[in-house]
Design a binder for this molecule. Structure first.
Ligand SMILES: [Zn+2]
Length: 384
């Protein structure tokens, strides 16, 4: 027997791997062994029909929160990820130098989804931010500790996180960004991810401190100082230029004004597409919306006319590269880990919301039907 499992007759969508069309996937030893139009059924111990379904690489959510009992998805990370087709998740700065060991404990004890994490520039990470921003007091900024934490946790920690917003940082200059830059450089040139919703500083000033490979997150917020100028008419030329130079624009959904439909429509009309799509998922947004899961965020972009393969690329190959997992996950090419999402694009009529009270009626919505990690089914919609 050549294969442990054969996924048959699915419509493959793997923009990163350049695979497209009706094909079978042969899985052996937890890896993708073959992808071809008709693999021999008799060579497989088991088969799984994906007829009428799209088969994509297991989705990669580059911005979510999994630090249980801190600011997180609670104890349901695997279930929420599975329901959204996600096999690899990245915690975006829930922990800093003082509590990263706690995040590692959670990852090792309670999460089976493949995990990576950004380390917060603030030593305390994102803990009680409804009361006080994690960098509202300067002494919490800890570039040395952040860099050291990354160096000591290279299997898990992939970069620096900074949330720049009103009440979050101690001063409204580029100083906080420069300290994050220093931490990223000290850690050996890792990426930094900067949250920009409603920043008191114009975005070009933040972009000036960033390098190719760094990430702007919440790029579709509709508050002050976003990707558009003050009148919110045109995408800023500095933004277009930064994206061309390799700065990554991530549309993490989340809540609290991070994801605004009118702005999304305008930006897409002008040809601005985000580089990655992610959820910024926490327990509240997964159970009460408006995020629900990654496939729902993807469905919102489909509604606004982004083609399916472009949506899939932004939730597979591109985020996989950011996490240093290029070719390992985020693709179905032979040799990659057998992380696979079997997705249904269902016709219907759903009211989907942004974070500012706007609603759309989506006529198509993506649902994860089955999700495999390392060749094993980890989520099945039938059994939940
Ligand atoms: Zn977040």
């Amino acid at each position: 027997m050549q294969y442990d499992l054969l996924i048959c007759d699915g419509e493959i969508v793997d923009p990163g791997g350049g695979l497209n069309g009706r094909m079978d996937i042969g899985i052996a030893g937890g890896k993708i062994a073959a992808v071809a139009p008709a693999l021999p059924r008799q060579e497989a111990r088991a088969t799984l029909s994906a007829k009428g379904r799209f088969v994509t690489p297991g989705l990669v959510d580059v911005h979510a929160h999994i630090f249980v009992n801190a600011s997180d998805m609670g104890a349901n990370t695997d279930r929420f990820c599975g329901a959204g087709g996600v096999t690899t998740v990245c915690d975006a700065g829930s922990a800093g130098s003082a509590n990263f060991a706690g995040l590692r404990f959670v990852v090792e004890q309670a999460v089976r989804t493949r995990t990576r994490a950004f380390v917060n520039l603030s030593a305390i990470g994102i803990t009680a931010t409804s009361r006080c921003g994690e960098l509202a007091h300067f002494p919490y900024a800890d570039p040395e500790g952040c860099a050291r934490t990354i160096a000591e946790n290279r299997d898990l920690a992939i970069g620096v996180k900074l949330r720049y917003g009103p009440g979050i940082v101690w001063e409204y200059t580029t100083e906080p960004v420069k300290l994050a830059r220093r931490a990223a450089d000290m850690a050996g040139g890792v990426p930094m991810m900067v949250h920009i919703t409603d920043t008191p500083l114009p975005l070009p000033e933040i972009l000036a401190c960033m390098k190719p490979g760094d990430i702007i997150t919440h790029c579709f917020h509709g508050r002050e100082h976003g990707i558009m100028g003050p009148q919110k008419e045109m995408v800023l030329k500095e933004v277009v230029e930064a994206q061309r130079h390799g700065i990554i624009f991530n549309c993490a959904h989340g809540r609290g004004g991070h994801f605004n439909f009118p702005l999304i429509e305008k930006a897409l009309d002008q040809g601005f597409l985000p580089d990655t799509i992610s959820t910024d998922m926490t327990f509240t947004t997964a159970t009460g919306g408006p995020v629900w899961d990654l496939t729902t965020t993807m469905s919102k972009l489909l509604h606004f006319g982004v083609p399916l393969d472009e949506v899939v690329r932004r939730a597979t190959a591109t985020p996989a590269k950011i996490l240093g997992l290029d070719g390992v996950v985020g693709t179905l090419r032979p040799g990659a880990n057998a992380d696979v999402a079997i997705l249904e694009l269902r016709d219907g009529d759903w009211e989907l919301r942004d974070t500012d009270g706007n609603a759309i009626r989506a006529k198509r919505r993506l649902f994860a039907e089955r999700v495999l990690k390392d060749g094993r089914v980890r989520y099945d919609r039938q059994s939940g």
